[in-house]
Ligand binder design. Structure first.
Ligand code: PNW
Length: 528
């Protein structure tokens, strides 16, 4: 009797110790290194860094147009000059060398290649620019990873309706085909689209990004439909025309937050969180990685809401059987961008929109640290959960983390350079990647820090800085300065993770055992 009481008490003590970290979902820091073939990268995108908006035959794109209309972007900032990387890419490459990354992810400005978006307007100067960049990277032993579409659609294609017009499938394919043909002999990692979710929701749903359309219950879905088909067609073009000779890999980059049930023991919350994941990541990942079609729960939800509105068909377009076959399996890896997490509970919404169709509501735990962006709360453990979700739902693919990073508010350059909060973010999030690999057997093969440079942060202009390097946007020379976080990432890459040089994990382990015993003794006294 007495002995079992003691046992129960100690058990209770141990359980309560374990529960404390579980409540916040955080677990102990994991010391250790990444697998030998794991690689490190950093990233940018064309409109955000290049500038040179009207040189060498480049056509207008939707961000040129959007920024040049006053009132769309914070402070009326534009990407006209940005980091001037069109001219300063040699400097950028020096920064990458210093960081020690093996890869660099950047994007092509479509309107430099086809100024009016179509192949009839082919512009050799555009190809020449990117060829020089690729050559310079390779001369420095940095492997290029190219995104074909990071949001800067040629304006002439927007004038035809942009991604709600299915003729863009053919135009995107022509553009992709030319890029594979011209650069494919030197480039073997391709991404078709960056974050179609953001393109279709912020661009066609809430109108916070170019082209600024606010048709949240209709165009948003049409945009996604065209992009998924465009991705599939370009993937097949690579697969059938170039793969045998170029031997590269091609995929898509999807962004996802982690959606955690507000109350994990409430089945309604759990279902709402799953719906939210399906509406965000599943919307694109389910067709491409599962069966060529949208998730059932999403199709049903949009259909039901459309019927309730008295429409005679769902606001979400559907794929034909032939299209499903064409879309399914168009991946060589899973490209994933991740920044933050939300808590989810169910909610009935009355209006028609992608957001309200999912009947879920986002909540942010007030204890989560803020960043310099209102949408981005610092929640490292969400990344580990997201990686397991990808593994469990999309067939244990090779995952390339194509973006992860954080913005920080700073008032002075000195503030911006001493970015301890960014170091904490990277340390926490990258450690969760290590846990995903070592403890959960998720097949993550690479990590990309967003971003190499402070740059044009879309509708927030230059006010939100995500860079490992500070850029002085008031100086015409756009000088770059390494932040403390760049030094931290450099060391992390050199160490290939978090080698336990201090014996720290053992110390933490024995601290927990110590605490357990103390609690056990206290409980024992209480029960006696
Ligand atoms: C990604 N949101 O965009 C993009 O791929 C990058 O170009 C961008 O600079 C980076 O993340 C940081 O924002 C996002 O409002 C933009 O939820 C906005 C959101 C998410 C991602």
């Amino acid at each position: 009797m007495r002995l079992s009481q003691v046992g129960a008490c100690v058990l209770l003590a141990v359980v309560s110790i374990q529960l404390v970290p579980c409540k916040g979902q955080a677990t102990e820091f994991l010391f250790g290194t990444f697998p030998d073939n794991f690689w490190w990268s950093t990233a940018t995108s064309s409109y955000q860094i290049e500038g040179a908006w009207n040189v060498s035959g480049k056509g207008l794109n939707i961000w040129d147009t959007y920024c040049h209309v006053g009132g769309n972007v914070n402070n009326n900032d534009t990407g006209d000059v940005a980091c001037d990387s069109y001219n300063k890419y040699d400097e950028d490459i020096k920064l990458m060398k210093e960081l020690g990354v093996s890869h660099y992810r950047f994007s092509i400005s479509w309107a430099r290649i086809f100024p009016d978006g179509t192949k009839a307007s082919y512009n050799q100067a555009g190809i020449d620019h990117y060829e020089k960049l690729v050559d310079a990277l390779k001369a420095n032993d940095i492997i290029p990873m190219i995104t074909l579409y990071h949001w800067d659609l040629p304006q002439a294609l927007q004038d035809m309706g942009g991604w709600t017009n299915e003729s863009l499938i053919g135009h995107f394919n022509d553009y992709a085909d030319v890029m594979f043909e011209k650069l494919g002999p030197k480039v073997d990692l391709w991404l078709t689209f960056n974050e179609p979710f953001v393109v279709c929701w912020l661009g066609y749903g809430v109108g916070a990004h170019a082209p600024g359309i606010k048709e949240a219950g209709t165009s948003t879905y049409e945009c996604a439909h065209t992009i998924i088909k465009s991705h599939a067609k370009a993937w097949h073009t690579y697969d059938t025309k170039y793969r045998a000779t170029q031997k590269g890999k091609i995929g898509i980059t999807l962004d996802s937050d982690w959606k955690e049930a507000f109350n994990a023991s409430n089945p309604d919350d759990v279902a709402a969180a799953d719906r939210a994941m399906q509406f965000k990541l599943g919307w694109f990942a389910h067709p491409i990685f599962v069966n060529g079609d949208y998730p059932e729960v999403m199709k049903a939800a949009v259909y039901n809401k459309s019927m309730a509105q008295g429409l005679d068909a769902s606001r979400q377009p559907s794929f034909t059987e032939a299209e499903k076959q064409e879309i399914k399996g168009t991946h060589d890896f899973f490209g994933l961008n991740h920044y933050t997490t939300q808590l989810i509970e169910p909610r009935d919404w009355e209006f028609e929109s992608w957001e309200q169709d999912q009947e879920a509501k986002e909540i942010r735990d007030p204890s989560w640290p803020d960043s310099g962006s209102d949408w981005l709360k610092v929640v490292p453990w969400g990344l580990r959960k997201l990686l397991s979700f990808v593994k469990d739902n999309y067939g244990n693919q090779e995952i390339i983390i194509t973006e992860n990073g954080v913005s920080i508010q700073s008032n002075t350059k000195e503030d911006a350079l001493n970015d301890q909060a960014r170091i904490d973010y990277y340390r926490g999030y990258i450690n969760e990647v290590l846990k995903a690999i070592r403890l959960d057997n998720v097949n993550v093969i690479a990590y990309t820090a967003w971003s190499l440079l402070d740059n044009f942060e879309w509708s927030r202009g230059y006010a939100e800085r995500f860079g490992l390097h500070y850029v002085d946007f008031d100086d015409p020379a756009r000088p770059r300065t390494a932040k403390e976080s760049a030094k931290y990432i450099k060391q992390l890459i050199k160490d290939h993770g978090f080698p336990d040089t201090s014996g720290g994990s053992k110390k933490q382990g024995s601290a927990i055992v110590g605490l357990c015993s103390v609690l056990g003794v206290i409980l024992l006294k209480l029960f006696n």
